[in-house]
Design a protein around this ligand. Structure first.
Ligand SMILES: [Zn+2]
Length: 230
């Protein structure tokens, strides 16, 4: 990936010295010092970058001989080709890392919430079946597009609060970071986890989960109706 391209300078001089013709000129080489990913302020997203440095050369017969001056290293976005000072890269790295960490933390919170809700609905807080683990794993994949290892699922269920109210309060807090589709996925996952046919108490609990998710009553009943006819 590392490349060095030589941009010939138009200004060339032909020197004559003791009958010899010497072609003297200048060129600029553009060296890639590093590549990676950064948060490009211009594109507003993570992009590839090349950390570049220009080097001016004095050339004789087009061969770079004398190092004249080096530019400060600068960052070039691979997408928009805007350039930024190297210092911006360090700052952008930090903010990109912050974003990355925040995203991982959010995924952790939401996947744990799914584990808790599904174990509650399944009535399997203390002995978790492989079948429930499979359902949770599917739900996490649908909601977050990540794979949750079985050990993590079991650990999250074991650490879940014993009081349903504490668990529902967590659902209410997490709902803020979910889209309408995400809320529906959580409610469907909860209903899927419950033994069928749904009992009156599991139906009531599902309605409460939907309410804490901030779903409209018609959306909650539509989801429940879908499962009650099966
Ligand atoms: Zn860019």
């Amino acid at each position: 990936m590392l490349s060095e391209q030589v941009l010939p300078d138009m200004r060339r001089m032909i020197l004559r010295w003791q009958g010899l013709m010497i072609v003297w000129g200048r060129s600029i080489s553009n060296k890639v010092l590093d590549i990676g990913q950064f948060y490009c302020p211009g594109c507003g997203q993570r992009c590839g970058y090349a950390l570049r440095q220009d080097q001016k050369w004095g050339t004789i017969y087009w061969v770079p001989i004398v190092s004249l001056e080096k530019s400060e290293p600068y960052v070039e976005c691979a997408e928009c080709h805007r350039t930024y000072p190297e210092a911006a890269l360090r700052h952008d790295h930090a903010s990109a890392q912050q974003q990355y960490d925040a995203q991982r933390a959010l995924e952790g919170d939401l996947s744990k919430m799914l584990c808790e809700v599904m174990a509650l609905m399944a009535g399997e807080k203390h002995s978790v079946s492989p079948y429930l683990c499979g359902l949770v794993s599917n739900a996490v994949r649908r909601l977050l597009r990540i794979e949750m290892p079985e050990d993590d699922i079991l650990a999250a269920i074991a650490a879940a609060p014993d009081q349903p109210e504490a668990l529902l309060g967590n659902v209410e807090r997490q709902a803020a970071s979910l889209t309408d589709r995400g809320r529906e996925i959580v409610l469907r996952a909860a209903v899927v986890a419950a033994p069928k046919p749904l009992t009156e108490s599991s139906g009531t609990l599902a309605i409460e989960i939907g309410r804490r998710l901030g779903m409209k009553p018609e959306a909650i009943y539509a989801t429940l109706a879908e499962f009650s006819v099966r």
